[in-house]
Design a binder for this molecule. Structure first.
Ligand code: NAD
Ligand code: MG
Length: 407
């Protein structure tokens, strides 16, 4: 049984639905609020969360008349109290308040906190059997199969919000699961698609933050430049749809119009296309199993003219290869992959390591973890969080030697 529904059901939405947005102040949060804003009669906002941007969070809470607001940074409680003065919006601060936000009774929850920090809140929504639109791929990569089995146990419905996985979700509906032979997720190739390995090694933060097609948060933009994002997405696809690594292919497609494809036994390939705008997959999740009116630009293929495709280069983008290695190793290796990458990206942003060192830190952490005999199945959220924590420590220990080493 899968927590990701494979076919549309007949159940349509009537009445007003309760909505919670975890990570409301981020890029995905912003796109989600834009869709809610367009049809206020359909939605009631239960809870909103943010990390540190209290002013932005309070502004949204007032606009949508949210019932509860949580700021993750516990030091900002007073600031939030002041910002909400004169309203009857309940509020809290710290991780427990974010988890409370996820636990409150909303029918539909957008999980869009960035990084493994999103795991516990997403699980809180999953455990009460909510419909969870999952944008936060790191939490799935961190908790793996365990996350999906918790969803099956509680009856939660997981709707893939990441554009490639949403494309697969849509394409899968045209066949049966046992008829699937392969999925293909596309990658723009990022800003360094045509760069030499030597130039990628030396890339600056400003260069890494210039994504050719998508406007996104900082972490995922850097992950796109290293293609670690695609690695995370290969792992995400494996857990979401119970696919083996051999059933998942990556195809570089610089225009980012075709987001994902499913190949079936008869060798039909079904693709989903759309403008590179996250409001399209989010609208699909928000409307599901119905379709709602979109807010993104309609696709004009005549104007785009050409769609091109190329094979990914695992040599210049070793992060992608490492994702397959981690997936094959299993037993917490994908948790380590994600944790080491989070440490590496933070170190790159802080200008402690070169761009090329991101993948080296992930590789050395994975190898060190496996050599130390640390691979073991994850059977609880605490297991996943412990592996995440220890892998971060190992990555932080390896960081100085990676920083000192030239490529
Ligand atoms: P972002 O950095 O713009 O926003 C992240 C949100 O999480 C913000 O609301 C922030 O306040 C909150 N947050 C950050 N750290 C937190 C913490 N420790 N505790 C609680 N809240 C915290 O990121 P984004 O681009 O919106 O991405 C969010 C997630 O969605 C990521 O997992 C990303 O991989 C995924 N995703 C994003 C896109 C995109 O187009 N932006 C596409 C697909 C998937
Ligand atoms: Mg994606």
């Amino acid at each position: 049984m899968s927590a990701v529904p494979l076919k549309n059901t007949d159940a349509a939405h009537d009445g007003v639905r309760g909505i919670t947005v975890l990570g409301a102040t981020g890029s995905i949060g912003d796109s989600t609020m834009d869709l809610l804003r367009a049809a206020p009669e359909k939605y009631r906002v239960e809870a909103l969360t943010g990390n540190a941007n209290v002013a932005g969070l309070a502004k949204l809470a007032k606009e949508f008349n949210a019932r509860f607001v949580a700021v993750a940074d516990p030091a900002r409680l007073g600031e939030l109290r002041a910002a909400l003065a004169g309203t009857d919006i309940a509020y809290g601060a710290g991780e427990s308040a974010v988890i409370e936000a996820a636990s409150r009774p909303a029918d539909w929850v957008m999980a869009a906190i960035s990084g493994a920090a999103g795991l516990k809140p997403a699980l809180a929504a999953v455990d009460r059997g909510a419909t969870v639109a999952l944008a936060n791929k790191e939490c799935l990569v961190c908790a793996g199969d365990f996350f999906m089995s918790r969803a099956v146990a509680s009856g939660a419905c997981i709707l893939p919000a990441d554009s490639e996985h949403n494309a697969l979700f849509q394409a899968l509906a045209s066949g049966n699961r046992h008829e699937l032979t392969r999925v293909i997720i596309t990658a723009s190739g990022g800003p360094f698609r045509t760069w030499s390995a030597a130039d990628i090694e030396q890339a600056t933060l400003a260069q890494a933050l210039k994504h050719p097609n998508w406007s996104m948060g900082q972490k995922i933009t850097i992950d796109s430049a290293s293609m670690m994002n695609k690695g995370l997405e290969v792992i995400e696809a494996s857990y979401l749809f119970a696919l083996s690594p051999d059933e998942i292919d990556v195809l570089v497609h610089p225009q980012s119009i075709v987001h994902g494809m499913v190949e079936f036994a008869d060798h039909s390939v079904v693709a989903q296309l759309g403008a590179p705008d996250m409001r399209i997959p989010i609208a699909h999740c928000l409307g599901w199993p119905d379709r709602i009116v979109g807010r993104a630009a309609r696709l004009d293929l005549a104007k785009i003219g050409q769609l091109t495709f190329e094979a990914p280069d695992f040599e210049r983008f070793p992060g992608l290869r490492l994702a397959y290695d981690a997936l094959r190793a299993g037993n917490g290796a994908t948790t380590v992959y994600n944790a080491a990458n989070e440490i590496a990206v933070a170190a790159f942003i802080a200008q402690k390591i070169r761009f090329g060192a991101i993948a080296r830190l992930v590789e050395d952490t994975l190898n060190g973890w496996i050599r130390a005999g640390n691979l073991a199945p994850l059977s609880s959220a605490d297991d996943a969080i412990a592996v995440d924590h220890n892998a971060r420590k190992m990555a932080a220990t390896l960081l100085p030697q990676i920083a000192a080493k030239a490529s």
